[in-house]
Design a protein around this ligand. Structure first.
Ligand code: SF4
Ligand code: SF4
Length: 147
C-alpha cells in the first residue's frame, strides 16, 4: 500500500504539513477559518531537535499494535487497503492505543473530546494526501515501498 514517508534531510520544520492537514479535515476548507474558528488537531506532528526535524504520523503498520490494543474495536486494519482505520464513534478515550504505538503516532484529540487523532491518509488511495502536496520542500512522499 502507499504510505506517507518523511525525508528528514529536506524538512525545515515549517509545520505547513500540520497546517494543511487541519485545513483538509475542516468543514470550511479555509486556511484562516479552520485555524481560528474550528478546533482541529493535526493528524501528524513535527518532531524537532536542533537542526533535525521530521513529520511523524501513523505508518499504517502491517502488524498494527494499536488495533490489537484497542478495547472497543475503534481501530481496525482494513484487509483490502491496508489502512489502519479509526472510528471515533467507538472510541472511549482510554489511551491504550497511544501506549501501544511504538512510533508515538497516535495523539489525544485537542478539541476537548475524549478521543484520539490519527492519520487517515486523507481518505486517499490514489491521489496525494494534503501534507504531501503542500510540503514546499518535498520532505514528504506518498509511495508504495517494500517494507
Ligand atoms: S511542510 Fe515539509 S518542510 Fe515543512 S515541516 Fe512539514 S515536512 Fe517539514
Ligand atoms: S495524510 Fe492526510 S491525514 Fe495523514 S497526516 Fe497527511 S494530511 Fe494529515
Amino acid at each position: 500500500m502507499k504510505r506517507v514517508y518523511a525525508k528528514e534531510e529536506y524538512c525545515l520544520g515549517c509545520r505547513l504539513c500540520e497546517v494543511y492537514c487541519v485545513v483538509n479535515h475542516s468543514k470550511s476548507q479555509d486556511i484562516i477559518k479552520s485555524h481560528k474558528l474550528e478546533e482541529i488537531t493535526p493528524r501528524l506532528v513535527i518532531e524537532s531537535k536542533g537542526i533535525i526535524s521530521f513529520a511523524l504520523q501513523c505508518r499504517h503498520c502491517d502488524d498494527a499494535a494499536c488495533t490489537k490494543a484497542c478495547i472497543t474495536g475503534a481501530l481496525q486494519k482494513d484487509s483490502k487497503t491496508g489502512e489502519v482505520t479509526y472510528d471515533q464513534e467507538k472510541c472511549v478515550g482510554c489511551w491504550t492505543c497511544i501506549m501501544a504505538c511504538s512510533y508515538g503516532a497516535i495523539r489525544r484529540d485537542e478539541s476537548g473530546q475524549k478521543v484520539i487523532s490519527k492519520c487517515d491518509l486523507c481518505g486517499e488511495e490514489e491521489s496525494e494526501p494534503a501534507c504531501v502536496t503542500n510540503c514546499p520542500n518535498g520532505a514528504l512522499v506518498f509511495e508504495d515501498r517494500e517494507e
